[in-house]
Design a protein around this ligand. Sequence first.
Ligand code: NAD
Ligand code: UDX
Length: 480
Amino acid sequence: MVKICCIGAGYVGGPTMAVIALKCPDIEVVVVDIAEPRINAWNSDHLPIYEPGLDEVVKECRGRNLFFSTDVEKHVCEADIVFVSVNTPTKTQGLGAGKAADLTYWESAARMIADVSKSDKIVVEKSTVPVKTAEAIERILTHNNKGINFNILSNPEFLAEGTAIKDLFNPDRVLIGGRETPEGLKAIEALKDVYAHWVPVDRILCTNLWSAELSKLAANAFLAQRISSVNAMSALCEATGADVSQVSHAIGTDSRIGPKFLGASVGFGGSCFQKDILNLVYICECNGLPEVANYWKQVVKVNDYQKNRFVNRVVSSMFNTVSTKKIAILGFAFKADTGDTRETPAIDVCKGLLGDKARLSIYDPQVPESQITRDLSMKKYDWDHPAHLQPYSPTCIKEVQVVSDAYQAVKDAHGICILTEWDEFKNLDYQKVYDNMQKPAFIFDGRNVVDVKKLREIGFIVYSIGKPLDSWLKDMPAVA
Ligand code: NAD
Ligand code: UDX
């Protein structure tokens, strides 16, 4: 029986390994982590992450050929294939701070693999890493030269949160990069055999190591670039009376452009896009390519602009001040169907409104109060260090109240900001919402989920990203 061990039981390691175990009953899969609470949760009825379909997959194979453990060294030692799926956050200090990837967690995992291994192993980069990381990892793995062969592969993960199980069951492609040596090609074949249990072989792409590493950063940069492009258009739509949804549809029907990822929003969030683009920018700068670096940097700048623009729109619409006004925040997660808040635009919007002295009442169906409080008191770029790796005492913010129901959040509010596209926000009883709010009642839809016409008929003043402006908003000062 082939034995797989995955270091890192997070959003990627957990679901990916659960699906491998489900699809490959002949393989034993152990997911290990230094975080005991996380492993305990994986072994309980309350998994540490919310992901549609994940519970069923874990229930089916846990205890059969899927195991979660904190005994990292034992399981790494016994494995034939070791996946490394630890977090690779943006560096917060020192050389490259604010841009470069922090490979501390990766390096410590690699050193541990080198120290405890007694047999040959394939080591798979599952984390997103800077191009050429495999070279550094090879050096670490072979530093004490015990006569063990390590073959390193790059197998970046393309799943999106909220659809992780669907994406893993039916991936557009699986990418495997390796050394173009006989041993490297053999290692690629071994990993290909794992995925071939359920992925058609023509969707398993094999490349050299550097192409695989760079393709991951490139894919995220291209996806994020589409969102920043459509968000840039949304500002122009508001200025001209065009409707961004109509523009997206019109350009998306061009088969060369395609319809996906053209949804205007308050900005993209999530643990990957910003981090990976900043990493790409840093790599370009280090390789003497400032023009290329500046090109990609602009994607993040437009995203920041979009979040600021939203806050400015809220404040300017409400007579240029939100001081002491109650603003309901509907949705805090970075997208629907996840409880993940890493780099969620809600953090920037809430901080912006708090900066103007608003009182916030926040509701999200999946994000607990402790997480929201932590996020709002955290410094930039500290978000990708899990709580257990970076103990943090959140300070209570007196202007912030976290509630467990959308109607409670909007009660007596002056305005509502919709920041996550949860289905339940599409189906609220908006007449009831209106009746319970202060007047004039404002809705700022950062996800284009509400029926603007219907809400205006009820009496709301509605702002929806990139849509023709309400006459009320047109008369307000221009938003830069
Ligand atoms: P995560 O923070 O959810 O999980 C990482 C886990 O690694 C944590 O539980 C941490 O305790 C553990 N860990 C860190 N150092 C360790 C060590 N030395 N030994 C054992 N465990 C250790 O992160 P994630 O979201 O799963 O992301 C992991 C990687 O995958 C990142 O590089 C990320 O960029 C990439 N990625 C993430 C996504 C996503 O949607 N989240 C998608 C594709 C790729
Ligand atoms: C992304 C990539 O899609 C995935 O391939 C990679 O492995 C990890 O990073 P993720 O961040 O989980 O996945 O979610 P994604 O669906 O890409 O959304 C990212 C952000 O963009 C979210 O905040 C989402 O709301 C926003 N978004 C997405 C838009 O604003 N408009 C869109 O049209 C699509």
